[in-house]
Design a protein around this ligand. Structure first.
Ligand SMILES: NC(=O)c1ccc[n+]([C@@H]2O[C@H](COP(=O)([O-])OP(=O)(O)OC[C@H]3O[C@@H](n4cnc5c(N)ncnc54)[C@H](OP(=O)(O)O)[C@@H]3O)[C@@H](O)[C@H]2O)c1
Length: 260
């Protein structure tokens, strides 16, 4: 059964090609939402996904190139989305950087370097701010909407080498509360979904991936690590009318691991 408050609406999401972003795209498309998603390096993958979404779910889908290390480019992105879609209802700031851009940010405390930390902050907080501002201008025109930032329990519990990301996620959760407080009068709800370790490429790039996987399954009363679909269900709920009085909140999706 499709959710009627999702069907026919438009989701804009960064990083929709892989991992959690891809699962969210499919969750919303299967509920009849039209999808504007971004990619960074995987143009071929993005094009294939557009075809797959349109054929499988009969919705409209478009892929756009975006680099979250250049947050102001969100302004041009939304202008292009305006040409292709008649409304914006949901915005999810999901993409995350990896590889060379996180050198000096994804590191133990004594190896942290300002450039790496700044890159992670830009990709996590500044990209959320500019993307959400542009989305909110469109949502105001249709009487409201829902904005979500991805976060991580790495700002609550220690994860090896995660100081740069964990700190930026703590910051974005606070930014979410400010946005929620100031955008509520426009009918716009703003929340974060904070995941424990979820099986994706980003996590597989962790130097101690196997250890994290085993430890997560051991810590979780559900005896497994998280799947991208676990996050997608929460995103759908928060964008639906079922979450109509939830704003400024961070929803933990951690398989019960954080309390252990
Ligand atoms: N995995 C976890 O354990 C976990 C847990 C909690 C929270 N999260 C959060 O969930 C979100 C998604 O993580 P994930 O694990 O699904 O990541 P992922 O599988 O590595 O996917 C990353 C996505 O971001 C895009 N991307 C990479 N560099 C980019 C750039 N410079 N500009 C714009 N887009 C870029 C990628 O596009 P291309 O395919 O084109 O490169 C891809 O779509 C992140 O915010 C992450 O912090 C993850």
């Amino acid at each position: 059964m499709k959710l009627s408050d999702i069907e026919g609406r438009t989701l804009v999401i960064s990083g929709g090609t892989r991992g959690i972003g891809k699962a969210i795209v499919h969750e919303f498309a299967s509920n009849g939402a039209n999808i504007a998603f971004t990619y960074n390096s995987n143009e071929e993958l993005a094009k294939e996904q557009v075809k797959e979404l349109e054929t499988t779910y009969g919705i409209k889908a478009k892929a756009y190139s975006l680099n979250i290390l250049e947050p102001l480019t969100y302004k041009d992105l939304f202008k292009r989305i305006d040409e292709d879609f008649d409304r914006v209802d949901f915005f999810i700031s999901n993409a995350i950087i990896s590889g060379r851009a996180v050198v000096g940010g994804y590191a133990k405390f004594m190896r942290l370097k300002p450039k790496g930390i700044n890159n992670i902050f830009t990709a996590t907080v500044n990209a959320f701010v500019v993307g959400a501002q542009e989305a909110a201008k469109r949502m105001e025109k249709v009487g409201g909407g829902s904005i979500i930032s991805l976060s991580s329990t790495g700002n609550l519990v220690h994860i090896d080498n995660y100081a740069g990301h964990g700190t930026a996620k703590a910051a974005v959760e606070t930014m979410v509360k400010y946005a929620a407080t100031e955008l509520g009068e426009l009918g716009i709800r703003v929340n974060a979904i904070s995941g424990g370790p979820i099986e994706t490429d980003a996590l597989r790039a962790f130097t101690n991936y196997e250890e994290v996987k085993a430890k997560t399954a051991e810590l979780s009363p559900l005896n497994r690590m998280g799947k991208p679909q676990d996050m997608a269900g929460a995103a759908l709920f928060l964008c639906s009318d079922k979450a109509s009085w939830i704003t400024g909140h961070t929803l933990l999706i951690d398989g019960g691991t954080t309390f252990r």
